[in-house]
Each structure stands twice: as C-alpha cells, then as structure tokens.
Write a protein that binds this ligand. Structure first.
Ligand code: PGA
Ligand code: ZN
Length: 423
C-alpha cells in the first residue's frame, strides 16, 4: 500500500491572469502528482466558498496565499501517511478539518486542490489511468460501472459576464449528435467554429473571443447569435437536427434585476412569464436541445413551470440553481424543477462529494453535464472525471484556446485508448 508522504501548494495563474491554487502530492514511492483548480466568473451564491486573500497590495486582492497556506499547514498535514487510494477517507478528513457547510474556513479552492491531487496519486498507486480510477471511485459510491465518452457542448459564442458586453445570454452552444464518436463531434465542432468566425468577420461583427474561447461579437440581439449558427451550419456538411443541435446557458442571474429580466431582444424588462414565452418562441424557431439556468438561482416556481412545459423536448440544466449541492439537487428532484445537473467540482469542494451529487442525479434518471469553469488552467482532470463518472455531456468551452483544448485533446486521447483496448 502506498502512502501520502507530502502535500504542498503554490500560487499559479489561471487563463484570465488571476492567481489560483496548484497542489502537489508526493507518495512514499517518490511519485509526485500535480493538480490545479479553476475559478468561476458567474458564480452562484449557493456555491462553496473560494478563498481569496482580498489583500489589495497583491494581485488586486485576487491572491490565494491564504488557501495555499491552508493546504501547506493544515489540510496537507491532516492526511499525511494516508492511503492515496482511500479517497473517501481523505475527503472525509478534509471536510472534518474544514468543519463548515460550505468550505468557508479552508476554502473550496484549497480542499478541491488536495482532493483532486490525491485522486491522481491514487490512480498511479493503483496502476490505472485517471479515468478508470475515477470510475472505480464512482462504483465505490454506487454509480454504474460504465465508462462513457461525453458529448461536448461547444460554447461557440460568449456573452453575459464572459463576453464583451454585447450579448445577455452567457453561452451559445453547438452540440454534436450523441450518435457521433467524440472524434467526429470534435471535427464538426471545429469546422462550424471557424465558419462562424468567417461569417462574423463578413458581417463586420467583432470576432475576438471571450473568456471560454467562443466569439464575443457585437450583435444586436441574442437571437442574432442563434441565427448566425443556423447560417453557418448551412455552409458546412452538417445539418441541424441530424448532425448537430443548439443549446444555451442563459445564466439568467446576470441579467435579473429588481425582479425582472432585461435583454436586448426586448425593449422593456420581462417578468418570469414573459421570459418563459420568449424561450417558447426561441424553441419553436431553433429547436433547443439544452437550456441551462433559464431563471435566477432561487426562482423555483418558474423553473418548475418551464420544466413542465419543456419536459421531453428540451433538457433543462441547473447550474446556479443547484451549485453541485446534494440538498439543492434533492430539492430540484422532488419539485421537478429540471432534469440535468451541471457538475462543477469546485462548487462543492471534494471529489467524493461531487460523485455523490452525480449519484443522486442519476437515481432520478437525470442527465449529467460535467463542466469546466470560465477561468481554467491546463489541467485536464475534468476530462478524465467526465469519462470516469459516465457523464452524458461535457462543457469545456470552445474548441479553441489552450486551457479549453487541453480538455478536448485529453478526451481524444482517452477515446483512442478505450477504442484500442476494446479491439
Ligand atoms: P463560470 O461559468 O465558470 O464563470 O461560473 C460557467 C457556467 O455558468 O456554466
Ligand atoms: Zn452555467
């Protein structure tokens, strides 16, 4: 049995140029695993707490030395000598050491960094690939023992808090048909991505990119972005409804003000019912396959109404609504508020707790969407994680920019490996 010899952390930069936590784990065999954690921009209020130094003298207050120090002096020493393959006990220890409901003492950026890095060390100690090892952990927690290549939700156009201030909706997705292999889906995604770029250029709409590598164009309305999708897909060999589908992460929290929703498609603010009608019209026109965060994070009644309306037609995904939190997922299942969970490990703070949320959602026959964050590192843990837990979808941004393609390239490698093993 291998043992954890040493854990240490340091501050590195994420894709937005802000500090984040990188953590290393050395086993008594000498092997060293390294992992780093991402951060959100449109963070929900129900997420676990990310510890920032708030010391204006360093990195404009965005430093994470407190979280780093918590790893080096408290969390790391608390799991010294433990078996890296005993993820459940490690995560339990991290939780006990933090002692709060939302990781506010140690910081979820500290606990997750340790939890992730020990899972990487656990994979090596078990002589397994990371995705196979995650699958073992998932089975230990009661999930089905199947590995699955997730279908990517490519975030081709970035608006809201991720964009350039021109669009209200945060993410405009193109989704390959799930019958396609990952390689085929990736090829379709890339060809459509570049075609969208050319069309934006032709229109004189700025085609620089937003936080997740999708274009951040100066269009007049949110519907215009979907119209450009339709136009662009027509110029390729793919067709909507057969090869690819459309989706949205509205991230409605970001344009919810004083009880109303204001978007540039409408001249005056909308109440919940009016916004629901707007989604109905959009769906009639564009046949959405996936709709994430259509209402604010606590608008339970509206979520229920919308889910009842779209049931069986559109997959309704809860991100800010659920915050990868077991209690909120259980409530949403009981109240029939949606039928898919967006899974972001740093919203809850450990690998085991993340798997537990997936298990709860699976029992309700929900879809699972494993997601990156807008501020990422090149770490591809999340790609292995999505395969290991058998996620239906993965959301890793556009098929462009280093920190996004790190995940897609890793999925390609995994598909290649699984295919080779099966032959
Ligand atoms: P975030 O956005 O990482 O900025 O929170 C991602 C999302 O809303 O899905
Ligand atoms: Zn979201």
């Amino acid at each position: 049995m291998a043992k954890i010899n040493k854990i240490w952390a340091r501050e590195i930069l994420d894709s937005s140029g802000n500090p984040t936590v990188e953590c290393a784990c050395q086993l008594d065999t000498g092997y060293i695993a390294v992992s780093s954690v991402p951060a959100g921009t449109s963070t929900g209020t129900h997420e676990a707490i990310e510890l920032r130094d708030m010391d204006k003298k360093r990195y404009l207050g965005q430093g994470v030395l407190k979280a780093v120090n918590n790893v080096n002096t408290v969390l790391g020493p608390s799991i010294m000598g433990m078996d890296p393959t005993d993820q459940k006990s490690i995560d339990k220890k991290l939780n006990q050491t933090d002692g709060t409901d939302n990781k506010s003492k140690m910081g979820a950026n500290a606990t997750l960094a340790v939890s992730e890095v020990t899972s990487k060390a656990g994979a090596v100690a078990s002589n397994m690939t990371l995705y196979s090892w995650i699958n073992v952990l998932a089975q230990q927690q009661g999930l089905e023992p199947y590995l699955k290549m997730p279908t990517p939700l490519f975030n081709m156009i970035n608006g809201g808090l991720h964009g350039a201030g021109n669009l209200d909706f945060q993410e405009f997705h193109i989704i390959p048909a799930s019958s396609k292999s990952f390689a085929e889906g990736l090829e379709a995604g890339v060809e459509i991505y570049h075609t969208i770029g050319l069309n934006l250029e032709r229109r004189g709409a700025i085609h620089s990119v937003g936080e997740e590598g999708g274009y951040a164009p100066n269009l007049f309305t949110n519907s215009d972005a979907l119209e450009i999708f339709v136009e662009s897909i027509k110029q390729t060999n793919y067709s909507i409804g057969r090869d690819v589908f459309l989706g949205l992460d509205v991230a409605a929290n970001s344009f919810f003000k004083n009880g109303e929703y204001l978007i540039r498609d409408k001249t005056s603010p909308m109440d919940d019912n009016q916004l629901m009608d707007f989604y109905k019209t959009l769906n009639n026109q564009y046949r959405l396959a996936v709709l994430e965060d259509p209402f604010a994070e606590d608008a339970w009644a509206s979520w229920k109404k919308l889910y009842a309306m779209f049931k069986g037609q559109v997959t309704i995904v809860g991100d800010d609504l659920l915050a990868t939190n077991p209690k909120r997922v259980e409530k949403a299942i009981a109240e029939k508020a949606c039928d898919a969970v967006l899974v972001k490990p740093n919203q809850i703070g450990t690998v085991s707790e993340t798997i537990n949320v997936i298990k709860i959602a699976r029992q309700a026959k929900w879809k699972i969407v494993v997601s990156h964050r807008s501020k990422e590192t090149n770490d591809y843990f999340i790609a292995d994680f999505s395969v290991g837990v058998g996620a239906d979808y993965c959301k890793f941004g556009a098929p462009a920019r280093g920190e996004r393609v790190a995940k897609y390239n890793r999925l390609s490698a995994i598909e290649n490996e699984i295919f080779r093993y099966q032959k």
